[in-house]
Ligand binder design. Sequence first.
Ligand code: GLN
Length: 469
Amino acid sequence: MYKTFADVKAALDKGRSVEDILKKYFNNIKERKDLNAFLEVFEESAQDKAREVDEKIKQGTAGKLAGMVIGIKDNICYKDHKVSASSKILEGFESIYSATVVERLLEEDAVIIGRLNSDEFAMGSSNENSAFGPVRNALNEDFVPGGSSGGSASAVAANLCTVALGSDTGGSIRQPASFTGTLGFKPTYGRVSRHGLIAYASSFDQIGPIANDIQDVAVVMEVIAGGDEFDSTASQREVPSLSPKPLKSKLRIAYLKETLDSDGIDPEIKARTEQLVNCLRADGHELIPVSFDYLDYLVPTYYVLSTAEASSNLARFDGVHYGYRSDEAQGVEETYIKSRTEGFGKEVKRRIMAGTFVLSQGYYDAYYTKAQKVRRKIQNRTNEILAQNDVILLPTTPTTAFELDAVTDPISMYLQDIFTVQANLSGNPAISLPLGQHSNGMPYGLQLIGKQFDEESLIDASAFLMDFC
Ligand code: GLN
């Protein structure tokens, strides 16, 4: 089993080839087919790349990810490979270019092993909204892996790849990480190029890694982060070395009282988080309880703005430009209507309608403009807290993973995102680390939110906490 990149490198040092290592991952994928984590394994291109990397290792010219085997969420484009956003509407569609993140991973000699199932267009919190069936949690197949990057998280938890890329618009990297006992990292908005990521809500979307080790999070972030001429929102700021370093001084950590006192939080998660707060205090760190008055506004604000952006972004899927076209349609208008009606799933349609509504004349100011103002308040308060503290600590999720089909009401599903959407609304980097195991047998995560563009300190604090908790 290769759980981490360190395991892979140890095997390479002993003389194993990347091709061999890749084979082992192929076998694992076959054995865990029932997880439904992979929509497609890129056998040929992965094998070709593995051979190329083996050659480069012999010559001493291999890049820094040589031997790392990476799965990509099915909303990240890879030239000449299919990509569908787990939707029927992109059936048969092949990308003609690679996402910037994919280019950068390949340049450093990672092997891209395949594309991973997710919620359709990254909309969901359980990975039950895929047109290609739900993903199962690698730790217990009766349970969901979380969403929307559920395939990415389950694949990493089951060692079907060394690291996976996910995307996080409202928690889709961190919540599945929490549900599967893995680490999930959402970069600062603008840290990683979105070029080649199928857009859901463009002012929120970020690509990031899910891994079993903080070192792997760090090295992948180092490779994928940084400015990009193809994405004007990707910051040109320099990317420092992110390799975790020991803390130089004790931490000053803010924790949000309202999150621990909120109604829906599982008592064991609350108790364990409080215990951690106390242990950190006893270890000499400053733990500051702060109030965050906007907790109840986070989910509504997120869903007004993200559906608005989605309704606009998804307008391009019209039965003409890409993928699926209804057989029965005649004429342009009918082609649009029938292709979209047949091609999109229920949740995606619900969001397009909600987004169209909040943007409509007469309601725009009441919903969209208002939500933008609330977003600004949330951003200001988050940055105010971080001006005085190194990081914010809070649970990643109010509960552990639930059973498949257990949450059917959309509002209850949206409330799953209560602790994760803050960092997307504010744009700050955030990570979920495995914190504990519930008496129901499932894991749950601890979340840290860092200062804007300070991935470095966030990773250092995370490495410290990984050893501490
Ligand atoms: N669960 C959230 C949603 O459905 C987050 C999704 C995401 O981060 N892509 O919108």
